[in-house]
Design a protein around this ligand. Sequence first.
Ligand SMILES: [Zn+2]
Ligand SMILES: [Zn+2]
Length: 257
Amino acid sequence: MLHNYHTHTWRCHHASGTEREYIENAIKRGLKTLGFADHTPWRFDGEYYSGCRMRPEMIEDYVRTLTDLKAEYKNDITIRIGFETEYYPAYFDDLLELYRPYPIDYIILGQHWCGNEQGFPNNMGAAESEMDLALYTMQCLTGLHTGKFTYMAHPDAIRFTGSEETYRRHMLPFCREIKKMGIPLEFNLYGFWDRRAYPSERFFKIAAEVGNDVILGIDAHAPDRLLDVQTEARARQFLANLGITPIEDVTLRDPQG
Ligand SMILES: [Zn+2]
Ligand SMILES: [Zn+2]
């Protein structure tokens, strides 16, 4: 693996380590690109704020810290500055406005909630009804159609507990539409290592059938995750068994463009 675009920082309140530690480990692993995509801030209405993301006033320091490190390490590794963000229709234009003053290289779509987050259950909890699946896929596709997202992080994060047939009825057209847009799907190494419900074998069987581009994403929430090459090897084997060879790099889409 030479390029990883999914790395968090301490600012999201559930990751640890300094940016420098992540970078040093990425160099040790032999990565050529390390992309930081910490959980994006949002300017929600009212008092609500979820505790698993940085606050809007932290963008400045996030971007400045990474810009400095990008220059310092330029002979060793390419640092990219990004965000992992949901698509929340009520706030998305405001989010792009929030990014405007900063040199943001890319964003990836990680749809942790549907709706506009507030009042919606986290997608990683059990989703029982077909409506949940329909809403998730529709909202992700609407987000991806904005053309702002470089790839889709853990596309299979929704843990649907209904029938295989229903799952396929929604995920097959979902994968087809994403393929048409030319957007890669991430195979999430954090979920694979942590034995989460994603990556989901049934999802990647569908992706294999459709022929989607698949890219590995470390989703590092601690610097030592960058040194775990065994998980990468296991993931490649898992995907090979499904007939998938991951792509090694992506073309970044400019979220300001
Ligand atoms: Zn996270
Ligand atoms: Zn995520």
